[in-house]
Design a protein around this ligand. Structure first.
Ligand code: SIN
Length: 278
């Protein structure tokens, strides 16, 4: 196994490994460490079945299932399908998922530790995914702002996100809404394994700052804009067979559009359970 840095602030490519084969404990410890320190790992040229994908994902911890059950693989409900493909009149996956900056499942009381996104079919142009280091973003804030926001909390809301991202769709059912009530999380998050601090914000999904009105909205907009400064971001251009793993405790990401009339995109995502942010 070989590890190569992608950018100084985020990302490592892991080569010389076939994830269909069991990963030994020593190699897995290196992978875990690299995820904690570099936040995004790229494995190119993989040919994974759903069982391989789920099996490798489970090495990181228990897996979560998404609230939009219609997009889960029936035999592997841990696999959430992202796609524009419609088969027999039925979408095989959620289209336009994550076309805004966010950290996966931040609207849960215990958001996920990490996500493993595997590319089966990718358009030849567009549909890149952008990643931003929230450690780098936090560390680049001036000391006064760091101090000011350390005791504040953002209100994360799946219902708000869904209403904005999927305004043209059937609204969430009462049961779906009840499954994901709004939740407050600190704006500054401590990485539970390294102790390093990061900015914990998000577009659309964070609907405000707890206890603050317009002033909070302005601050949130400022922090969201700062968080995605090109100094902290990396653009991933997908190839079929790429598996990307990211640490949701220290990154945000954003999917980008593509010509969805012309091209197919099929991605499988698993998410690993995490802890309550502090
Ligand atoms: C996501 O997990 O938010 C989707 C990313 C992508 O489809 O590129």
């Amino acid at each position: 196994m070989e590890l190569r840095t992608i950018t100084p602030f985020i990302g490592m490519e892991v080569g010389g490994i076939d994830l269909r084969e069991p990963v030994g404990d020593a190699d897995f410890a290196l992978i875990r460490h690299a995820l904690n320190t570099h936040a995004l790992l790229l494995f190119r040229g993989q040919t994974l079945t759903e069982a391989d994908h789920v099996g490798f994902s489970r090495r990181f911890g228990p897996l979560l299932t998404h609230v939009l059950k219609q997009f889960l693989k029936p035999d592997f409900p841990e696999v959430y399908v992202l796609s524009n493909v419609v088969d027999g009149g039925k979408p095989i996956g959620n289209h336009k998922e994550g076309w805004n900056w966010h950290s996966d499942l931040s609207y849960k009381a215990e958001p996920c530790l990490g996500s493993l996104l595997y590319a089966l079919e990718t358009p030849p142009e567009g549909a890149d995914t952008l990643f931003a280091s929230m450690h780098a973003a936090y560390e680049a804030l001036d000391g006064e702002t760091q101090k000011r926001i350390r005791s504040l909390k953002g209100v994360h809301s799946y219902a708000t996100y869904y209403g904005k991202a999927f305004a043209d769709r059937t609204p969430l059912s009462d049961a779906q809404r009840e499954a994901v009530p709004d939740i407050s999380h600190p704006l500054v998050r401590t990485h539970p394994e390294t102790g390093r601090l990061s900015l914990y914000v998000g577009q659309d999904v964070v609907r405000g700052i707890e206890g603050m009105a317009e002033e909070g909205d302005a601050l949130l907009a400022e922090l969201n804009a700062h968080a995605i400064d090109p100094r902290f971001t990396y653009r991933h251009v997908w190839q079929p067979g790429d598996l990307l793993i990211w640490d949701n405790r220290s990154t945000m990401h954003c999917a980008t559009p593509y010509d969805d009339e012309k091209y197919r995109r099929v991605m499988h995502r698993t998410t690993v359970a995490g802890d309550r942010p502090f």
